[in-house]
Design a protein around this ligand. Structure first.
Ligand code: C5P
Length: 404
């Protein structure tokens, strides 16, 4: 599977709330992610932002009315409704939600909602008192009953100065909800445990032993699994990237902390992906004080091997079929031989091998080129892909194993 947005047709309904201006950024972000966006606006929305703004940002004419189509050849509410992969409504006012809840067809947006068979994703945004009013809450419940997905608003300061629920969520939350709506929920009911990032082994209160892992590959796997319906726990070493929206983040620093977190979550996991770059060694004795430049400790580091967490998981799993265990092997030479050896040694179902010296692959890069090796020795080399796309390919392979 490619990333959820690639080539998807999104019909973006904008209604008349003050947050309408935020839709401009969402449209740009959706196009950047590879989606085609067509905007429809209610009459009230055009009082806040002109259709011209959204036409320029989306690259398509904006439709506002049932009777004055920009394309007289087609009936807009039917052709738009048929073409789209998703009807997204943001911001959705109390008025529009009331209309949708009752199946009213007196606006172009109302007609499209009735005519489309694509999923409908609604982001209510309004003053908190309006949102919390029993009439709005009842209408939201009705929308849910007719299988529209409602993404609750964020809490915070309103444009009118009030505080409470009613703000349009920030883009990362919206992006995750839209990606989920566009993805097959083919990993629903699976519990993924993903490890990511480096570990840091302290030398003293200011220094540590670590590696160049940024966590990008592991975070991409966690995000992709979440989009496809899995419950995801992400055990992460220190990274500079925000956690994917909707995953449970367990922050750790050292290999021993990661070992404990992974062991605690093992019993509920159906799939474990160990993409973290765990430090093989820690200091035998880390110093409670900052090591002085000219002390003996400054030139000689006593090291102790860290536990191999994945090897322990492989032993714990033994001959059982669950959980599926997936390892990563970052290698600089003899990649496939090393991958095969680790897969057998650690009792894995799959190992993902990548060449850390390759161009545009491995640490810190946004792309990766991997080979997936399975326990029967089968090798699947993938082309150079974004880490998001690579993640989906790895998940496709895991899904296949879960199904068989
Ligand atoms: O043996 P090597 O460290 O190359 O194996 C890499 C795989 O083992 C990765 O999946 C990594 O997360 C895992 N690993 C681990 N504990 C270690 C070292 C590596 O779980 N101490």
């Amino acid at each position: 599977m490619a990333t959820p947005f690639a080539g998807k047709q999104i019909l973006f309904g904008i209604t008349g709330g003050i947050a309408a201006y935020k839709a401009a950024d969402w449209i740009r972000a959706l196009r950047q992610d590879g989606a085609e966006v067509t905007v429809i606006m209610t009459e009230a929305a055009t009082k806040f932002v002109t259709p011209l703004t959204f036409a320029a940002l989306s690259g398509h004419p904006v439709e506002c009315d049932i009777f004055t189509s920009t394309n007289p050849e087609s009936i807009p509410h039917i052709s738009l409704a048929k073409q789209c992969d998703l009807l997204l409504i943001a911001p959705a006012t109390a008025n529009t939600i009331a209309r949708l809840a009752n199946g009213m067809a007196d606006t172009l947006l109302g007609c499209i909602a009735l005519a489309t068979r694509a999923p409908v994703l609604i982001f209510p945004a309004m003053n908190s008192a309006m949102y919390l009013h029993p009439a709005s809450q009842r209408n939201i419940e009705r929308c849910k009953e007719i299988h529209y997905t409602i993404i609750p608003p964020a809490c915070g300061a309103m444009a009118c100065g009030d505080q409470g629920p009613g703000r349009l969520p920030e883009w990362p939350c919206a992006q995750a909800a839209i990606a989920t709506a566009l993805s097959p929920q083919d990993l629903a009911n699976q519990h993924f445990l993903v490890t990511a990032g480096p570990t840091q082994e302290p030398l003293d209160p200011v220094r540590f032993l670590s590696n160049r892992s940024t966590g990008k590959m592991g975070y991409a796997l966690a995000r992709a699994a979440k989009e496809r319906g899995a419950i995801v726990t992400l055990v992460s070493g220190p990274t500079a990237i925000p956690p994917p929206w909707g995953v449970k983040l367990v922050e750790v620093r050292t290999a021993l902390e990661m070992q404990q977190a992974v062991s605690e979550h093992y019993p509920t996991a159906t799939v474990i992906i160990k993409s973290a770059a765990v430090s093989d060694f820690r200091l035998t004795q880390s110093s409670p004080q900052k090591i002085k430049k000219n002390s003996a400790e400054a030139t000689t580091l006593g090291l102790t091997a860290n536990p191999d967490i994945l090897l322990e998981l492989g032993n714990r799993k033994g001959a059982s079929t669950s959980p599926i265990l997936v390892g990563f092997a970052a290698e600089s030479d003899q990649h496939l031989e090393e991958g095969q050896r680790k897969l057998l040694q650690k009792n894995l179902d799959l190992i993902v091998v990548n060449d850390i010296l390759g161009h545009d692959t491995g640490f810190a890069s946004d792309t990766n080129q991997i080979t997936i090796i399975d326990k029967n020795g089968g090798q699947t080399p993938l082309p150079l892909l974004s880490k998001d796309e690579t993640a989906h390919r790895v998940l496709d392979r895991i899904k296949h194993m879960l199904n068989s």
